[in-house]
Design a protein around this ligand. Structure first.
Ligand code: ATP
Ligand code: MG
Ligand code: MG
Ligand code: MG
Length: 563
């Protein structure tokens, strides 16, 4: 590519609203441009990178035996009613109406559509097992889109869905996909870890996440130095002893009168305040989380947060709380944003319990209980915090906590969707059987941001080679004044291209300083400078993006280096 004929738009300014390195660098390098909150245009440069990721994902999915198709992003409400997710999915589901006033959503995921396809297309066990995949735009109305394409509302996902006659078949494909994911992230040149995960809102049995390791990651992952154990911290917590149900007092009696103190709640729960409990139950259908909080101002308040998927929360209004508790608005006393934010902003905690009663003394103590169900038995209320770095692990090793960015997720869905949507095939005996399903996602666009988060320096992006927009930049010094230099650069460019090495020829006529700065910012792995001085000694100045200094190489040494 001749850069004089390409659209490259870099900026020096650091965008004020970009909090993390990848977001800043993606904007500065001109990979993406924001159109609206969480909605981005991929520039020609950004698209080259996105396509690289996509190609590797596609190659490995094909190699793993998955079959590509493409499903629509606009999906009819009726399908989502069948699985109950039209209401349950929460605020992330963008709903819209057509001119006939029929409702649709913009697909945040495709279990409904693929299961609909399967029930029409799959008739016999002979068609199983089968895995379909697509690389397609998703829309999730994230409560807090941020970090650019990292947590966007519109983003590119590879999603795959598998169908099996039995659980053993599902298990086999789950492992196959796990192996394919390992190859994908290895080929992309990323440092990553697969961890046990909570299957969250999508629901199901076995589930693992793939995390790119980076300090700015939104997720905390725990692993043990003593074994292969690795888990999302949500799951690591859940692995601790679960509270046993007892026929104790109904939580309503705890929560309804607002004047209960933290000590009262603790007494009712039968736990000392210095102890922490948690519930591993899923969220309620309504997705509410309750927090009874002692605020900074010694006010006891009841807080109810509406959990929107796994991604966030919003404070419930007083009316919603009252309606939920079945009492008059006003009965509850003050409902403000003050103190509880810290308690229920913890989405990991919020996602674990139906309701969380928080005795919020300097952040230490939370007791989770299931609303409307039995209270945990005091003995079973384990004395566990949030797992912390350095904790002893059960296997004798130490727990390490690192931050990660979730770039992939594999689930065993079981028969949840096939059952709900009456998807069946005929088995060997001619009887109707409900197939078991798996689903497997990769955040293709998030991978680009995650890669930058892990690979950058002060000068800009340092792409892992397989993701770089071009492998080599040929920089021409003073092309206008020097026909011989531009000729030599053109010849080198043609040769590199012919050798199958993707090359950008920087023939824009920029001064060396800004030209080199651009090539460093956009992260081209290898830079070759063609100058009058080099030509006179028969050498090119070569520098790897990650190397400290440049060196002068003759043609054959240069090609050897780039081979
Ligand atoms: P997160 O926990 O980050 O919200 P998720 O668990 O909701 O992600 P999945 O339903 O597992 O996401 O979707 C599969 C993949 O899609 C994720 O592993 C992630 O890489 C990507 N993804 C999910 N939400 C977003 C988003 N808002 N922006 C970009 N990529 C996303
Ligand atoms: Mg999410
Ligand atoms: Mg997640
Ligand atoms: Mg996930």
């Amino acid at each position: 590519m001749r850069l004089s004929q390409f659209h490259l738009r870099t900026t020096k300014e650091t965008p004020a609203d970009a909090e993390i390195a990848s977001h800043r660098l993606m904007l500065r390098a001109g990979l993406v441009r924001k159109l609206a909150a969480g909605i981005y245009t991929w520039s020609p440069l950004g698209l080259r990178v996105l396509r690289k990721v996509e190609a590797i994902v596609r190659e490995e999915m094909d190699a793993a035996g998955a079959i590509e198709l493409l499903m629509p992003s606009v999906q009819p409400r009726e399908l989502w009613e069948e699985t109950g997710r039209w209401d349950k999915f929460g605020g992330q589901l963008l709903k819209l109406q057509d001119r006939k006033e029929s409702w649709y959503c913009v697909g945040p995921t495709h279990e409904e559509v693929i299961t609909d396809l399967a029930r029409h297309e799959l008739a016999s066990y002979k068609q199983l097992p089968v895995t379909f995949y697509q690389i397609q735009t998703k829309f999730r109305d994230e409560i807090r889109p941020r970090f650019g394409v990292m947590r966007a509302r519109e983003f590119l996902m590879k999603d795959a869905y598998s169908f099996h006659l039995d659980d053993a078949g599902l298990d086999l494909e789950y492992r196959n996909m796990h192996a394919a994911y390992t190859r994908i992230f290895t080929r992309l040149g990323l440092k990553f870890r697969a961890v046990q995960a909570d299957s969250g809102a999508i629901g199901g049995d076995a589930s693992q996440e793939f995390h790119v390791l980076a300090d700015s990651g939104e997720d905390a992952i725990a692993f043990s130095t003593g074994s292969d154990y690795a888990a999302n911290v949500e799951t690591a917590r859940a692995a601790a002893p679960a509270p046993r149900p007892t026929p104790a007092e109904d939580m309503r009696s705890v929560a309804t009168p607002v004047q209960k103190t933290c000590e009262d709640v603790a007494a009712l729960l039968g736990v000392p305040l210095a102890r922490t409990a948690k519930s591993i139950a899923a969220m309620t259908d309504e997705g509410f989380v309750l927090a009874l909080v002692r605020g900074d101002h010694e006010v006891n308040e009841i807080k109810l947060a509406k959990v929107e998927g796994m991604a966030g929360y919003r404070m419930a209004t007083e009316a919603e709380i009252a309606a939920h508790l079945g009492c008059e608005p006003g009965f509850l006393g003050p409902v403000g944003m003050r103190a509880p934010a810290r308690v229920i902003a913890d989405r990991e905690v919020a996602a674990m319990a139906d309701f969380i009663v928080g005795a919020n003394r300097p952040g230490e103590h939370l007791a989770g209980v299931n609303w409307g169900r039995d209270l945990p038995e005091p003995d079973a209320v384990a004395d566990i915090r949030n797992v912390v770095d350095g904790d002893p692990a059960e296997d004798g090793g130490q727990l390490r906590i690192v931050r990660g960015i979730e770039v992939g997720h594999v689930f065993q869905l079981g028969r949840k969707y096939a059952d709900a949507m009456r998807c069946t095939v005929l088995d060997e005996n001619g009887r109707e059987a409900v197939p078991a399903m798996g689903c497997y996602g990769i955040g293709v666009s998030r991978v680009v941001a995650a890669a930058i988060e892990q690979n950058h320096d002060e000068a800009g992006i340092v792409w892992p080679e397989p993701m770089a927009p071009w492998r080599v930049a040929v920089c021409v010094i003073n092309p206008k004044q020097n026909p011989a230099v531009i000729e030599a650069a053109e010849a080198l460019y043609r040769e590199l291209q012919a050798a199958g090495i993707e090359t950008a020829l920087d023939d824009r006529g920029l001064r060396p300083g800004p030209m080199f700065a651009d090539m460093e910012l956009i992260g081209i792995p290898h830079r070759v400078v063609v100058s009058e001085r080099g030509l006179s000694t028969g050498t090119f100045e070569y520098r790897a993006r990650s190397a400290a200094a440049a060196e002068n190489l003759d043609r054959s040494a240069l090609f050897a280096r780039l081979a």
